[in-house]
Structures are given as structure tokens and as C-alpha cells.
Design a protein around this ligand. Sequence first.
Ligand SMILES: [Mn+2]
Length: 248
Amino acid sequence: MKKPLVGIIGNSYKIDNKYPAQGSGTINIEAIAEVSGALPVIIPSLPNYFTIAELLYSFDGFLFTGGRPNVHPSFYGEKATDAHGFFDIDRDQLVLPLIKACEKVGKPILGLCRGFQEFNVAFGGTLYPEIRELPGRMNHRMPPEGTLEEQFALRHEVIINKNSIFEQIFGTNKVMVNSLHGQGIKKPGKRVIIDGYANDGTPEALSIKDSIGFCLAVQWHPEWNASSDKVSKPLFQNFGENLRLPSN
Ligand SMILES: [Mn+2]
């Protein structure tokens, strides 16, 4: 049987700190292949080599992965500051219209971490460059030292709204998640519904109001331990079920 084809949004990086390359963390690929049951293909964040229409025609769904560079604040009407760090305008220019186009036709899309922030900006929302500097917020960044297991360890609760799609998927209103982000949603975009919050009020899960297809994003990294974590697994499984819907 033909497997659904999922485009995994890649990131630009440099091999040996000099040779330009495109890639994605292996755990994204494993989650799509093993838990969603789809064929993973990395899409380069190079918007000049294909159109949004070509991507929509070719793929059954998309995964908007995490990434170090932050969305350029000009895409939400603010000026860049030192706190914003560095950028990847090519990725911004690819993903923002792609998210909108997928949502419009009901093509299944899942956003993770930077992907979550991209969903909000695509729908007209804004971001804080550094949430740990806000009063009453905890530090959501990853520990600077330690093994991957320590950096991706479960760090804080997310309280899920009653009757939200996330409650249906997780089967509970309270989940434990990892946390490796410096930015966070300031103002939710038009139609962006915040379905889950950390205890300090930081938005952690979102859906799009009246969306006709699977269109969900989370601020954490469910791709870590996706085949065993009791929150990650149902999320990627549900994404896979939506990829296989006859209507997709
Ligand atoms: Mn967090």
C-alpha cells in the first residue's frame, strides 16, 4: 500500500562550519516514519526552487520542525533586536505561505517548537524574543550543559483546555513536556486558539479555529521519544491517521 508522503521542513546548516547544507534532526524523521507511518522526505528551506502549489500537489502533509533561528520579527511588524538572535529568512519565506496554503485546503500539518511560532506568525500573531525576561515567567530554554537525555527531559506541565482537540488526542487535561525554547507567543494570531498553557501562562499548544483539516502545533519537542512517550505517541499517531483519511 502506498504510504502518505510527509514533507519535513529542513534547516540550513554548515558541514564542517563552511559547506552549506540542508537537513533535519533524525528524531523528526523517526517520528514520521515509525509513529505516523508515513514516508519522510526532507524539504530544503530554499523557497526559490519550488512553488507552494508544487509542494501541495506533491505531499500528503508537512511537519514544521524546530530550528535555532527565530522567525524574523519583520513578518509580524516588529524590529529585530539583539534578543532575537539570528534568522533564516529563506525558511520564513517558505513556511509562512505554506502553512496558510495547507490550512486553507485542509492538508494535515503539525508544528513543533519553531514550527509552533511559525503557525502563530502565519496567522498574524506576534512573538516575544525572550520569555524568561518577562515577569513571572520561568526559563523555558534547554539546559546549556548535559546529555541529550538531560536536555530533552520532561520539564514542565501543560494544562490542556477542556473539550479541545488536544484533550481528545492525549486523553487528559494535564501533560508533562520537555522545554527547549527561548521565544514564546505574545499575541495569538487571528483564528489561533491557545489550547494549552504552561503553569506560568506561556502558550504551549495551539489549533486554528474552524480549520477543516489537522492543523496543530506545540511549543515543545514531541519528536523526542515519539514512539514511547505517552503524549508524543498519540500526537504523531493522530497526525498519521489524518494523513490517511480518504479526503486527503
Ligand atoms: Mn515550555
